[in-house]
Each structure stands twice: as C-alpha cells, then as structure tokens.
Ligand binder design. Structure first.
Ligand code: GLN
Length: 491
C-alpha cells in the first residue's frame, strides 16, 4: 500500500507543487487502493480510471511548468453521484437514471476541473439523496470502513466512506437534512454544509431545492476548507446563489489549528445537550466541550425551543419539494423507459417507468409530498411547516446574539448495523434529529471527529450564522488540534 494515500490533500498539494511526486503517481496510488478495498467498502458507483489518469497527466503538465491551477492541483477527489459530470454516468443512486451520461457539467464539477482536481469516480448514495444509511441506493449499500457490518451514514455514505478508507483524500457531498455531516460523524471524518446558496446547485440533481447544499468531505478541517474555497462562491446559473465571496475559510481553519479559542462564545443548545443521544455519544460530546473550554472558549447555554419541531417540519417540506422535482423523471427525457411496446399509452409508459425506476423510500416521499401539497391540505401541512421554519430561524437569530457558534452532537447514535433501521422509516429519520435545524435555517454547519464511543466514531457539530462559515472552521480546527486523530482499523 502506497504511503501517498494516507496524506492530507493539503500535503499532497504541497508535494505535487514541489514536484516531489507526480499527479499520475498520486492518482495511481488511489486507484489501486480503490481496486484493493472496493469489494469490502463499495463507496463508488463508477470508477473513472481513464478519465482520472488523463486529468492527472494534464495536472503534471501544468505543474512541470510551475503553473499550478491552485493548492489542490493534481489531488484526487470522489464526487457524489447526484452531481452531473459530462460524459460520466450519473445515476443519483437510482435505477431510473441507470446509464444516463449527462451532456453537461455541474458548476461544482467545472470548478473542480478548473482547480486541477482529479476525479477518480462517482460515489454511492441513497436514491436521490433520501436516506441516512446509503442502504436505499438502488445499487447496494456502502459499508463503514470502521466496521463493515455497519452503515456509513447517508445519504452521502459513499463520499464519507471513500475518504475514511483512503480511496480519496477529498469528496463532494450534498446536505439537504444532514447528508454530509451525519456520514462524516459515523465514519470519523470531517464534513461541512456551507451556507445555503454559498455553493452552487446548478447541475445538482434536485431533491429539495430550498435546502440542497453541496459541500466538502475530507479527513482534516484544513482540507475541507481548501475544498470549500474551490467550490464556493457566486454562480449566475443558480438563482439562489449568494452574490458575495465566500469568507476566508482556509485562513480560519489555520487560525483554529493554533489552538487558541479565547473570546469565542460556544452556545450549547439546551434542547440538544445529550437529549435523545446514546450515553457514549453524550459522553464524547461533553468531553469535546471540555477540550474547547481548555482552549479558551467560553460556554453559554442557549435555548432553541422550536428545534423539536424541525424533524416533522423537514419531513413535510423535503417530500413536498421532492414530489415536484422528481416529476421530470417520466421515461421520456432521461434514463429508464418501461412499457414502450406500442401497447401502452404515454401516461401508462410514464407510470410503468416510475413504478419500475423508483425505490420504496422515494415513492413514500413522493406520495407524502403530493398529499401535503394537495388542495385542502396545503395550509394544514406545507403551510404549517413553513411557519415552523420561520420559528427555527428566529431561534437561531436569538441564539447567535448570545453565542458566536452553536454546538451539539452531530448524530444521536454511532453507526448502526446494516438492516437495523430499514423497516422503520421513523427510526431512520431520527438519525438527522440534530442536523436538520441548520438546513431549515440555511446557516453553515460542520461535523468534526470528537472521539469514540465503544470503538466507533462520534462527531461534534458546530453551527454558525449564515455567511459566517469561517467561524465554524476555526472552532472545528481547534478541536481537531486538541484531540488525538482517529484512524480506522486496517481493512
Ligand atoms: N436523511 C435525510 C433525508 O433522508 C437527509 C438527506 C440529505 O441530507 N440529503 O431526507
């Protein structure tokens, strides 16, 4: 096994720029690792060996001339399969898009290419990003590198597992209700949800448009910040993109790594202080707060009484938006078409295609969302949920008067055994109890490793006000500097 796969993206970038190693060598080391462990992990739906080597050769040509495209030029990356990549299969984990090769790149993909990153493949995910375990992928689950009998989180389990298993130092995830942070927590990695609108949704296959947020997955806070800086910033192709530069997240991560948090006020969310969390998770949470206090942070307790309504509000808003967004998968425009044999009407072909192409969780959400939006029920369900969303935003605004960042566990429990929650949707939904509020509000949030519980990783979540993404990186990097690094057992 090559030592290269254990290096951070920042370190790989430095060695590449210094020509101590070539991008082709770095890409080959990761592609070989993928080949060696994918039978156990299944983090990828598609590995693009040829495309990666071609991109690596182009990086080497730039680096040879001393014309690096940025600090991550030549560094490998995995991209969640919900982001379009021109000519490279993109399925969103669904049978309905099997074999679809997008004719265009998402803005995220374009920015990765322009920064010289080398895409090694597309990562596994719950179908259309709906789920918390990657067990709802139509192509089989991903396995947690810490214990392959357990889930890697979801919906972005493939991205988190790829990073944890040293298949790539970086990956792209998307977070609608927790799908970057929750997998990061249960795989001992770092995952950040930027401010909504801080990263472009152009070319991201839509689940819930008012919540969907692409962001970075990495093994270190600095790496996550470096990737965030590459993908973030205004995109005129996304009408909800914020026309302002991303705060200097890289500088903030480096400042945090010095281990000084004096003057920083941590708001402990009373309603989430261990409530509903497993004892081991609650203990790791308390220890990480103690570590932050030792670095000089000041602790204040804040109350966010509306957070308890976040989960039910989310499970009306997200299905409502998805029922509309997924209407485009009709057997006419993309991927799968079933029943087109001259014996069925157009409407029958659409319905046969959707029946064959969507899995049970996606169908459950479309039905729920269609119902919640229907005349006569709209005010009672969708309208109410939108009001709750306003209350949650008010809770955040009030809490940020007293505190610079809010902290809570990322998840109530560590990685659970495969199959243990698939028969009860509510048990699956509970995995996002702590992550959903910041999606409804729109502010940034990050999960950073916070120790182990019974040998499995726990994450601390740090939430910041909208457009103050730098603050969460500072606190996350400080915690990282104070705790011993987490290394998964050898696969
Ligand atoms: N687990 C949540 C859901 O199933 C969140 C998914 C996400 O963030 N994409 O909707």
């Amino acid at each position: 096994m090559s030592e290269l796969i254990k290096l951070s993206a920042a370190e790989l970038g430095r060695r590449l720029a210094a020509k101590e190693v070539s991008a082709v060598e770095v890409a080959t080391a990761h592609l070989d690792r993928i080949e060696a462990v994918e039978g156990k992990v299944h983090a990828f739906l598609h590995v693009d060996r040829e495309g990666a080597l071609e991109a690596a050769r182009a990086a080497d040509a730039r680096l040879a001339k001393g014309e690096a495209a940025g600090p991550l030029d030549g560094v490998p990356i995995g991209v969640k399969d919900v982001i379009t990549t021109r000519g490279v299969p993109t399925t969103a984990g669904s049978k309905i898009l099997e074999g679809w090769r997008p004719p265009y790149d998402a803005t995220i993909t374009t920015r990765l290419r322009e920064a010289g990153l080398v895409m090694v493949g597309k990562t596994n995910m719950d179908e259309f990003a709906m789920g918390s375990s990657t067990e709802y992928s139509a192509y089989g689950p991903t396995y947690n590198p810490w214990d392959t009998t357990r889930i890697p989180g979801g919906s972005g389990g493939g991205s988190a597992a790829a990073v944890a298993a040293y298949e790539a130092p970086l990956a792209i995830g998307t977070d609608t209700g927790g799908s970057i942070r929750q997998p990061a927590a249960v795989t001992g990695t770092v995952g950040a949800k930027p401010t909504y609108g801080g990263t472009s949704r152009y070319g991201l296959i839509a689940f819930s448009s008012s919540l969907d947020t692409p962001g970075p997955c990495a093994r270190t806070v600095e790496d996550a910040a470096l990737l965030h800086a590459v993908i973030g910033g205004h995109d005129p192709r996304d009408s909800t993109s914020i026309p302002q530069p991303v705060p200097d997240v890289v500088a903030a991560a480096r400042l945090g790594a010095t281990g000084d948090l004096s003057g920083v006020r941590l708001g402990l969310v009373k309603e989430f202080a261990g409530e509903g969390a497993e004892p081991g998770v609650a203990a790791a949470y308390r220890e990480s707060i103690d570590a932050l206090v030792k670095l000089g942070a000041e602790v204040v307790e804040v109350s966010c009484p509306s957070f308890k309504f976040a989960l039910p509000a989310y499970y009306l808003i997200a299905p409502s938006e998805c029922s509309s967004n997924l209407a485009r998968f009709d057997g006419v425009r993309y991927g799968l078409r079933t029943g087109d044999n001259g014996k069925h009407s157009l409407e029958e072909v659409m319905s046969l295609t959707r029946d064959a192409g969507f899995g049970p969780e996606v169908k459950r959400r479309i039905i729920l969302g269609t119902y919640a939006l229907s005349a006569g029920y709209y005010d009672a369900y969708y309208g109410q949920a939108q009001k709750v969303r306003t209350l949650i935003t008010r809770d955040f605004t009030a809490a940020f008067e007293a505190a610079d960042v809010l902290v809570a566990p990322t998840t109530p429990f560590v990685a659970f055994p495969l199959g243990s929650r698939t028969s009860d949707p509510y048990q699956m939904y509970l995995a996002d109890l702590y992550t959903i509020p910041s999606n409804l509000y729109g502010g940034p949030a990050i999960s950073v490793p916070a120790g182990l519980s019974e040998g499995l990783p726990v994450g601390l979540q740090i939430m910041a006000p909208t457009m103050a993404d730098d603050r969460m990186y500072r606190v996350a990097a400080a915690l990282e500097s104070a705790l011993p690094p987490l290394t998964p057992p050898a696969l």
